[in-house]
Design a protein around this ligand. Structure first.
Ligand code: RI2
Length: 312
């Protein structure tokens, strides 16, 4: 039996009450910690079965952001390795790994803000898409450092998470302009730098992010405007090293429009797209700034797995 609070976290991730690849990952760590803390299991094997069930529930919520499986893997790794450990040790391991993940994740966003802010100059006009804590950390840190900047934010249909960014940026006192997604090319000449987040980054440096990102990258490329991605290292996708393709989530059609209004039309709602590495100038991670071609090395360094074991 999975506890109601844990099921609620999974539901909140699925319905996007909890959203943003980093927040989703941290929520998964919280859910696993809760499962470990409240478990009534009497035996280690029973406890690990419960943890597996909670992991599967979490992993089934959203398919694209690799931050979620990477978080589950990080939190459960120690317990899975601890063959023969007693129940208390296993519980303790899950709880401390969850705390560690959450702490590391928050610190990573802060570091990305500081590292990325160095790439922002006075009088820069920045464009961001959707709502990414990492991208906004860069912008807000630069502004706090006293850099005079202005920000354009795309609405980000269908869920309009751009409005969250507008609220956050204006609250911080940053001059912000809201535009619809299709206005990017119209305004691109006013923009110095594009900064977006990522849900997954493939071994070849391709960036999977909110639908519309790749169109913005194309427009930026054409206009020779710099295109930055801000992402923690747990957004890098280990499976892509062995040829795994990243699944692009397609969500409810109701998010686009009530399908009953157009009964004869097919409606599609993919919520992420893939920006090829050629359009990405640099990736800002908590470990430093890398070109997209270094994604392979990051994945190799960070995600160790046993020979024969499939990466996530
Ligand atoms: P941070 C979001 O996905 C957006 O695509 C955003 O760019 C990305 O996660 C990364 O966000 P969704 O959950 O982790 O809105 O930087 O579908 O906050």
């Amino acid at each position: 039996m999975i506890r109601a609070e844990i099921k609620q976290i999974a539901r909140d991730i699925r319905t996007m009450r909890i959203r943003g690849a980093g927040r989703v990952a941290r929520a998964a760590a919280v859910a696993l910690k809760l499962a470990a803390k409240t478990s009534k299991a009497k035996m280690p094997a029973e406890f690990m079965r419960e943890i597996d069930r909670v992991s599967s529930l979490l992993l089934a919520t959203r398919p694209t952001a690799i931050s979620l499986p990477n978080a589950v893997r990080f939190v459960t790794f120690g317990a899975k390795q601890a063959k023969g450990a007693d129940l208390q040790t296993l519980q303790g391991t899950i709880i401390s790994r969850a705390d560690e993940f959450i702490k590391n994740s928050k610190e990573a966003v802060e570091r990305i803000g500081k590292i990325g802010a160095r790439r922002i100059s006075n009088d820069d006009v920045i464009l961001t898409h959707c709502n990414s804590d990492c991208a906004l950390a860069v912008i807000k840190t630069a502004f706090k450092q006293g850099k005079r900047i202005k920000v354009f934010v795309t609405e980000s249909r269908p869920m309009r998470q751009g409005l969250i960014s507008v609220r956050e940026l204006t609250k911080a006192g940053i001059p912000t302009t809201l535009i619809v997604d299709s206005a990017v090319r119209h305004f691109i000449r006013d923009i110095d730098k594009v900064i977006v987040g990522a849900d997954s980054i493939a071994a070849n440096g391709a960036v999977i992010n909110k639908i519309g990102t790749s169109q913005i990258a194309l427009v930026a490329h054409e206009a020779r405007v710099l295109f930055f991605v801000a992402a923690e290292s747990y957004k890098f996708h280990p499976g892509t090293l062995v040829g795994r393709l990243v699944e692009i989530e397609e969500r409810d059609l109701d998010e686009v429009i009530n399908p009953k209004r157009f009964p004869r039309a097919k409606i599609r709602n993919p919520v992420f797209d893939i920006t090829p590495p050629e359009y990405v100038d640099l990736i800002i991670t908590e470990r430093g700034i890398i070109p997209p071609s270094a994604a392979y090395a990051i994945i190799q360094n960070l995600f160790a797995w046993e020979p024969g074991e499939e990466p996530v």
